[in-house]
Write a protein that binds this ligand. Structure first.
Ligand SMILES: NC(=O)c1ccc[n+]([C@@H]2O[C@H](COP(=O)([O-])OP(=O)(O)OC[C@H]3O[C@@H](n4cnc5c(N)ncnc54)[C@H](O)[C@@H]3O)[C@@H](O)[C@H]2O)c1
Length: 382
């Protein structure tokens, strides 16, 4: 099943993990965009418009979750937003269709077929929309599926219990729906990317760059631009939400830590700590329940100037995970829908600005190049 995106301009977010901390924050934002758009629009970088897309407030949301709790209870439970912000939107929140996740026992093929049928129903419910699948499932152990060159090999090898995101990604591309992968989970396996190209849909990812890593890219790019040599970079995060708890499982944290770590050497063009014979870029994540979604991060950056003279910088971010993520996802989905309308397909490297692990051919790495990447994408979408 595919649909013609040319005569459509309003966004439909199809969110896997719709009742999680980020998903439910997006639900509140989407509801407010309908009733009081001026409270949300200033936080969107695409608010002035993107080629081929309608006004930023014209957005609806649907999705899936494995919890049966209603959206209002989900928002309350995550504690991200005070009731004063979403209380007036109760009716709109209750109307967001969130379907049950297909059970893992169905296997990858069965789950994918089930989700294709769900997507068909949702597109019938919102017939004039531009759908984008947004993956917000928990970080997972995944699996090595690089050798799966076609769908049959993927269905045979992948274990949906340890990699539930795949079914959502496959169902989307097989339905002609583009994909935003905000999770650290590597769903861009060859068989899925090939299918996306065959179906003419864009995919972007992986792992949203919301707080500490966003500032790391900015600072590393600035130090590089001045030929200041980074000798070591120590990063610590504490967070107390479900994502933080899940990341205490080493198998689930592996991908996230790699995404947060590898990017620095890639930007700088050398291995930080080479002269010590070991990497001196260290990243730690610790689950600390008192903070909930209000994460805190510290960075110690040791760098050298002329004559090798040492200097040092301290950074302390007191951020909010879902508050940083939700507007990024609205923007990302709008960029991805615009790319789809413009006929782009497969991995979209120009969206590197949004991700810790940018994908596609030769994605831009420094902050400056990533901003240029967005301008180039806008040109391509005209
Ligand atoms: N917040 C950030 O700053 C940030 C940055 C980068 C990446 N991420 C990633 O975004 C993802 C979502 O983060 P979050 O804080 O919303 O997590 P969360 O744990 O609060 O939400 C995940 C949701 O997915 C649901 N779920 C689990 N399995 C499912 C399945 N098979 N089908 C449908 N739903 C299912 C859960 O019930 C839950 O509601 C995580 O992978 C996280 O690592 C977050």
């Amino acid at each position: 099943m595919t649909y013609d995106s040319r005569n459509r301009s309003h966004l439909l977010l199809l969110i896997a993990g719709a009742k999680g901390a980020i998903g439910s924050t997006i639900a509140a934002a989407v509801s407010l965009l309908q009733s009081e758009p001026e409270r949300i629009l200033p936080s969107l970088i695409t608010r002035e418009g993107l080629p081929g897309l309608g006004a930023a407030e014209k957005v609806r949301m649907a999705g899936w979750d494995r919890t049966e709790t209603d959206m209002e209870s989900a928002i309350r439970g995550h504690g991200v937003l005070p009731e004063a912000i979403w209380g007036e939107s109760r009716q709109l929140l209750a109307e967001i269709p969130v379907l049950s996740a297909p059970p893992p026992e169905m296997g990858l093929k069965g789950q994918t077929e089930h989700l294709i049928s769900d997507i068909r129903d949702l597109l019938n419910k919102y017939p004039h929309s531009l759908p984008v699948l947004v993956n917000l499932l928990p970080s997972c152990a995944g699996g090595d599926l690089q050798d799966c060159r076609d769908m049959a090999a993927l269905y045979a090898k992948a274990d949906p219990k340890s990699f539930p995101d795949l079914a959502y990604g496959l169902a989307a591309v097989r339905s002609g729906v583009p994909v935003v992968n905000f999770t650290p989970n590597p769903i861009e396996v060859p068989a899925l990317v090939q299918e996306a190209i065959r179906q003419g849909v864009p995919i972007s990812g992986r792992d949203g760059k919301t707080g500490q890593t966003y500032l790391k890219i900015v600072l590393a790019s600035a130090l590089k631009a001045r030929a200041l040599h980074v000798d070591g970079w120590y990063s610590l995060n504490i967070l107390g939400n479900a994502d933080g708890k899940n990341l205490m499982d080493p198998a689930c944290a592996k991908g996230k830590l790699a995404n947060k770590t590898e990017i620095l050497d890639e930007i700088l063009g050398y291995s930080v700590g080479e002269r010590y014979g070991t990497s001196t870029h260290k990243v730690h994540i610790d689950y600390y329940p008192p903070r909930g979604d209000a994460k805190e991060a510290w960075d110690v950056i040791d760098f050298n100037g002329i004559f090798g003279m040492p200097m040092s910088l301290r950074l302390n971010l007191q951020g909010r995970d879902s508050i940083l993520a939700a507007p990024m996802i609205l923007d990302l989905a709008r960029w991805t829908a615009a790319a789809h309308k413009a006929g782009l397909k497969g991995l979209i490297p120009e969206l590197a600005f949004f991700y810790k692990r940018p994908l596609g051919d030769d994605p831009p790495l420094t902050f400056q190049d990533q901003m240029v990447g967005l301008q180039q994408l806008e040109e391509k979408c005209r």
